[in-house]
Design a protein around this ligand. Sequence first.
Ligand code: AMP
Length: 221
Amino acid sequence: MRLVLLGPPGVGKGTEAGLLSQRLNLDHISTGDMLRNEVKEKTPLGRQAEGVMSKGKLLPDALIMAMVRKRLSQGEANRGFILDGIPRTIVQAEELEDILREMDRPLDFVIDLVAREDVLISRLSGRRVCPKCQALYHIINMPSKREGLCDRCGGELYQRVDDQVETIRHRLKIYQDETSGLKDFYKKKGMLLTINAEGEVEETFVKIKSSLLPKYDCPSL
Ligand code: AMP
């Protein structure tokens, strides 16, 4: 199964993509994680991305698409995937379609996760991330057992610079301005599945599964 997960920052895209990839054995391709890794490794791309990301702005389409094309070509050809954080613009969606057509791996569905703005702001401003293993926590909804430390690897949890309230508002606005057109793009193609993601992680996962089930004959669903 080849999926795109759409949704504003804080809607739980990364978490749900992680669950889908584990339970359905899909390759999880997150452009945000790829870019944060480039920043950490101080590569030329990372240096270019850092300032743009900390302002919550989008990187140029050409740069993102070159990175994604390379990543898709490195995946196992017959394994399904889940794209998280891409596409973010119509230009990216069109180019992605071309890349996947060339690879003969077209998308099956686009899952659109939705939640109200106040829910998103509360989730994002409380989010903490492990720099070593990328595990996600929330200071209220999902705190680590030892405050400030990762349960999995003991890494020192931090708040992403783009998870501060003012930047969050800016990111939500950018999402609305630049990304909302994508819903129509995929709706017209009959690929869009809209899921309310205000509940718990597992609850949203069950909703995603139930929306895919009647459309896709997959034994692990
Ligand atoms: P995310 O983790 O998906 O919220 O992405 C973090 C940041 O990486 C975004 O705010 C953008 O600066 C950048 N980014 C990630 N994916 C894309 C994309 N598809 N197009 C442009 N910029 C992106």
